[in-house]
Ligand binder design. Sequence first.
Ligand code: GSH
Length: 220
Amino acid sequence: MSAASDFALYGYFRSSAAFRVRIALNLKNVGADPRFVHLVRDGGQQHRDAYKAVNPQELIPTLLHDSRAIGQSVAIIEYLDEIVPQPPLLPRNAPERARVRQIALAIACDIHPLNNLRVLQYLHHAIGADDKARADWQYHWIATGFSALEAMLARNAETGCFCHGDAPTLADVCLIPQMANARRIQMDLSPYPTLQRIEKAALSLPAFIAARPENQPDAE
Ligand SMILES: N[C@@H](CCC(=O)N[C@@H](CS)C(=O)NCC(=O)O)C(=O)O
Protein backbone atom coordinates (compact mmCIF):
# COMPACT_ATOMS: atom_id res chain seq x y z
CA MET A 1 0.00 0.00 0.00
CA SER A 2 1.96 3.03 1.22
CA ALA A 3 5.64 3.70 0.84
CA ALA A 4 7.65 2.55 3.82
CA SER A 5 8.46 6.14 4.74
CA ASP A 6 4.79 6.85 5.58
CA PHE A 7 5.02 4.62 8.62
CA ALA A 8 7.69 4.00 11.21
CA LEU A 9 7.63 1.37 13.91
CA TYR A 10 9.59 1.54 17.14
CA GLY A 11 10.27 -2.05 18.11
CA TYR A 12 12.63 -4.68 19.43
CA PHE A 13 13.05 -8.11 17.87
CA ARG A 14 12.12 -9.99 21.05
CA SER A 15 9.11 -7.85 21.98
CA SER A 16 5.94 -9.84 21.47
CA ALA A 17 3.80 -6.70 21.37
CA ALA A 18 5.97 -5.41 18.50
CA PHE A 19 5.78 -8.88 16.91
CA ARG A 20 1.97 -8.48 16.80
CA VAL A 21 2.27 -5.20 14.95
CA ARG A 22 4.86 -6.58 12.53
CA ILE A 23 2.47 -9.42 11.63
CA ALA A 24 -0.41 -6.98 11.07
CA LEU A 25 1.75 -4.69 8.90
CA ASN A 26 2.87 -7.69 6.83
CA LEU A 27 -0.67 -9.02 6.43
CA LYS A 28 -1.73 -5.58 5.22
CA ASN A 29 1.36 -5.31 3.03
CA VAL A 30 2.28 -2.02 4.69
CA GLY A 31 5.97 -1.21 4.98
CA ALA A 32 7.21 0.61 8.05
CA ASP A 33 10.60 2.14 8.67
CA PRO A 34 12.01 0.18 11.64
CA ARG A 35 13.37 2.10 14.64
CA PHE A 36 15.11 -0.13 17.10
CA VAL A 37 14.77 0.35 20.83
CA HIS A 38 16.93 -2.10 22.78
CA LEU A 39 14.97 -3.00 25.89
CA VAL A 40 18.00 -4.16 27.88
CA ARG A 41 21.02 -2.23 26.61
CA ASP A 42 21.93 1.01 28.45
CA GLY A 43 19.47 0.15 31.21
CA GLY A 44 16.69 -0.02 28.61
CA GLN A 45 16.54 2.47 25.76
CA GLN A 46 12.77 2.70 26.22
CA HIS A 47 13.55 4.87 29.27
CA ARG A 48 15.51 7.49 27.33
CA ASP A 49 14.05 10.99 27.22
CA ALA A 50 13.89 10.92 23.42
CA TYR A 51 11.72 7.80 23.45
CA LYS A 52 9.65 8.95 26.45
CA ALA A 53 8.68 11.96 24.35
CA VAL A 54 7.29 9.54 21.74
CA ASN A 55 5.66 7.13 24.18
CA PRO A 56 5.31 8.25 27.80
CA GLN A 57 4.53 4.68 28.83
CA GLU A 58 8.15 3.77 27.98
CA LEU A 59 6.90 0.64 26.26
CA ILE A 60 7.19 -0.52 22.70
CA PRO A 61 5.77 -0.70 20.10
CA THR A 62 4.91 2.78 18.88
CA LEU A 63 3.71 3.40 15.34
CA LEU A 64 4.36 6.75 13.70
CA HIS A 65 1.94 7.76 10.96
CA ASP A 66 0.72 11.12 9.73
CA SER A 67 2.59 13.02 12.46
CA ARG A 68 0.94 10.90 15.11
CA ALA A 69 2.56 8.49 17.56
CA ILE A 70 0.28 5.60 18.46
CA GLY A 71 1.12 3.26 21.33
CA GLN A 72 -0.52 0.02 22.48
CA SER A 73 -0.26 -2.79 19.97
CA VAL A 74 -3.98 -3.58 19.87
CA ALA A 75 -4.82 0.10 19.26
CA ILE A 76 -2.18 0.20 16.52
CA ILE A 77 -3.54 -2.94 14.86
CA GLU A 78 -7.13 -1.71 14.99
CA TYR A 79 -5.96 1.60 13.53
CA LEU A 80 -4.21 -0.22 10.68
CA ASP A 81 -7.31 -2.31 10.14
CA GLU A 82 -9.38 0.86 9.78
CA ILE A 83 -7.07 2.69 7.40
CA VAL A 84 -6.08 -0.41 5.38
CA PRO A 85 -9.23 -2.55 5.48
CA GLN A 86 -7.95 -5.48 3.40
CA PRO A 87 -7.47 -8.16 4.48
CA PRO A 88 -9.69 -7.56 7.53
CA LEU A 89 -8.34 -8.53 10.93
CA LEU A 90 -11.75 -8.25 12.61
CA PRO A 91 -14.97 -9.88 11.41
CA ARG A 92 -17.78 -7.71 10.12
CA ASN A 93 -20.50 -8.81 12.47
CA ALA A 94 -20.55 -7.74 16.09
CA PRO A 95 -20.76 -11.10 17.89
CA GLU A 96 -17.89 -12.52 15.85
CA ARG A 97 -15.87 -9.35 16.36
CA ALA A 98 -16.46 -9.69 20.09
CA ARG A 99 -15.21 -13.29 20.00
CA VAL A 100 -12.00 -12.28 18.20
CA ARG A 101 -11.42 -9.44 20.65
CA GLN A 102 -12.14 -11.74 23.59
CA ILE A 103 -9.36 -14.10 22.47
CA ALA A 104 -6.95 -11.28 21.63
CA LEU A 105 -7.51 -9.46 24.92
CA ALA A 106 -7.26 -12.67 26.98
CA ILE A 107 -3.66 -12.63 25.73
CA ALA A 108 -2.91 -8.92 25.50
CA CYS A 109 -4.52 -7.94 28.83
CA ASP A 110 -4.37 -11.04 30.98
CA ILE A 111 -1.25 -13.00 29.99
CA HIS A 112 1.33 -10.73 28.41
CA PRO A 113 1.43 -7.86 30.95
CA LEU A 114 2.16 -10.21 33.84
CA ASN A 115 5.26 -11.50 32.09
CA ASN A 116 6.56 -8.22 30.81
CA LEU A 117 10.18 -7.22 31.38
CA ARG A 118 9.40 -4.46 33.88
CA VAL A 119 7.20 -6.79 35.96
CA LEU A 120 9.95 -9.44 36.04
CA GLN A 121 12.49 -6.75 36.94
CA TYR A 122 10.25 -5.55 39.77
CA LEU A 123 9.81 -9.11 41.06
CA HIS A 124 13.59 -9.41 41.10
CA HIS A 125 14.65 -6.04 42.49
CA ALA A 126 11.77 -5.09 44.81
CA ILE A 127 10.56 -8.48 45.95
CA GLY A 128 13.76 -10.50 45.70
CA ALA A 129 12.30 -13.22 43.47
CA ASP A 130 15.13 -15.42 42.19
CA ASP A 131 15.40 -16.94 38.69
CA LYS A 132 13.31 -19.97 39.62
CA ALA A 133 10.56 -17.94 41.27
CA ARG A 134 10.36 -15.67 38.22
CA ALA A 135 10.28 -18.63 35.83
CA ASP A 136 7.51 -20.25 37.90
CA TRP A 137 5.58 -16.99 37.82
CA GLN A 138 5.78 -16.88 34.04
CA TYR A 139 4.80 -20.54 33.61
CA HIS A 140 1.87 -20.06 35.97
CA TRP A 141 0.36 -17.06 34.21
CA ILE A 142 0.91 -18.37 30.70
CA ALA A 143 -0.54 -21.76 31.65
CA THR A 144 -3.55 -20.11 33.30
CA GLY A 145 -4.25 -18.12 30.16
CA PHE A 146 -3.47 -20.87 27.68
CA SER A 147 -5.71 -23.39 29.48
CA ALA A 148 -8.65 -21.01 29.13
CA LEU A 149 -7.82 -20.28 25.49
CA GLU A 150 -7.49 -23.97 24.67
CA ALA A 151 -10.96 -24.57 26.14
CA MET A 152 -12.43 -21.58 24.29
CA LEU A 153 -10.95 -22.55 20.96
CA ALA A 154 -11.24 -26.34 21.04
CA ARG A 155 -14.93 -26.33 21.86
CA ASN A 156 -16.12 -23.68 19.47
CA ALA A 157 -17.42 -24.33 15.97
CA GLU A 158 -16.23 -20.86 14.91
CA THR A 159 -12.63 -21.95 15.34
CA GLY A 160 -11.22 -22.93 11.98
CA CYS A 161 -7.66 -23.24 10.67
CA PHE A 162 -7.13 -20.11 12.73
CA CYS A 163 -8.62 -18.83 15.99
CA HIS A 164 -11.69 -17.58 14.16
CA GLY A 165 -12.43 -19.13 10.80
CA ASP A 166 -9.92 -19.90 8.11
CA ALA A 167 -8.11 -16.58 7.81
CA PRO A 168 -5.90 -14.85 10.37
CA THR A 169 -7.45 -12.25 12.64
CA LEU A 170 -6.37 -10.05 15.53
CA ALA A 171 -6.67 -13.16 17.72
CA ASP A 172 -3.94 -15.02 15.80
CA VAL A 173 -1.85 -11.87 15.63
CA CYS A 174 -1.82 -11.90 19.46
CA LEU A 175 -1.59 -15.68 19.93
CA ILE A 176 1.48 -16.45 17.82
CA PRO A 177 3.85 -14.03 19.63
CA GLN A 178 2.61 -15.32 22.99
CA MET A 179 3.35 -18.88 21.84
CA ALA A 180 6.83 -17.72 20.84
CA ASN A 181 7.34 -16.30 24.34
CA ALA A 182 6.21 -19.58 25.89
CA ARG A 183 8.60 -21.53 23.67
CA ARG A 184 11.43 -19.18 24.52
CA ILE A 185 11.08 -20.09 28.19
CA GLN A 186 10.71 -23.77 27.21
CA MET A 187 7.18 -24.25 28.45
CA ASP A 188 5.51 -27.59 27.86
CA LEU A 189 2.85 -26.81 25.25
CA SER A 190 1.48 -30.34 24.97
CA PRO A 191 -1.68 -29.47 26.99
CA TYR A 192 -2.65 -26.99 24.24
CA PRO A 193 -3.06 -28.98 20.98
CA THR A 194 -5.47 -26.47 19.43
CA LEU A 195 -3.12 -23.58 20.11
CA GLN A 196 -0.26 -25.57 18.58
CA ARG A 197 -2.32 -26.46 15.52
CA ILE A 198 -3.19 -22.79 14.94
CA GLU A 199 0.42 -21.76 15.52
CA LYS A 200 1.55 -24.24 12.86
CA ALA A 201 -0.97 -22.87 10.35
CA ALA A 202 0.02 -19.28 11.05
CA LEU A 203 3.73 -19.96 10.84
CA SER A 204 3.29 -21.34 7.34
CA LEU A 205 2.29 -17.84 6.15
CA PRO A 206 4.96 -15.40 4.91
CA ALA A 207 3.45 -12.52 6.92
CA PHE A 208 3.99 -14.40 10.17
CA ILE A 209 7.37 -15.85 9.18
CA ALA A 210 8.81 -12.46 8.22
CA ALA A 211 7.63 -11.00 11.55
CA ARG A 212 9.36 -13.63 13.71
CA PRO A 213 11.95 -12.28 16.16
CA GLU A 214 14.81 -14.21 14.58
CA ASN A 215 14.05 -12.63 11.21
CA GLN A 216 14.45 -9.02 12.41
CA PRO A 217 17.52 -6.92 11.57
CA ASP A 218 18.17 -6.26 15.28
CA ALA A 219 17.97 -9.97 16.25
CA GLU A 220 20.85 -11.15 18.42
N1 GSH B 1 -0.01 -3.39 26.27
C1 GSH B 1 1.17 -2.95 25.57
C2 GSH B 1 2.35 -3.69 26.11
C3 GSH B 1 3.64 -3.16 25.57
C4 GSH B 1 4.79 -3.83 26.27
O1 GSH B 1 4.67 -4.31 27.39
N2 GSH B 1 5.93 -3.85 25.58
C5 GSH B 1 7.09 -4.46 26.17
C6 GSH B 1 7.79 -5.32 25.15
S1 GSH B 1 6.79 -6.69 24.67
C7 GSH B 1 8.05 -3.38 26.64
O2 GSH B 1 8.19 -2.37 26.01
N3 GSH B 1 8.69 -3.62 27.78
C8 GSH B 1 9.65 -2.70 28.30
C9 GSH B 1 9.73 -2.77 29.79
O3 GSH B 1 9.07 -3.60 30.42
O4 GSH B 1 10.48 -1.94 30.34
C10 GSH B 1 1.00 -3.19 24.07
O5 GSH B 1 0.27 -4.11 23.71
O6 GSH B 1 1.59 -2.47 23.27
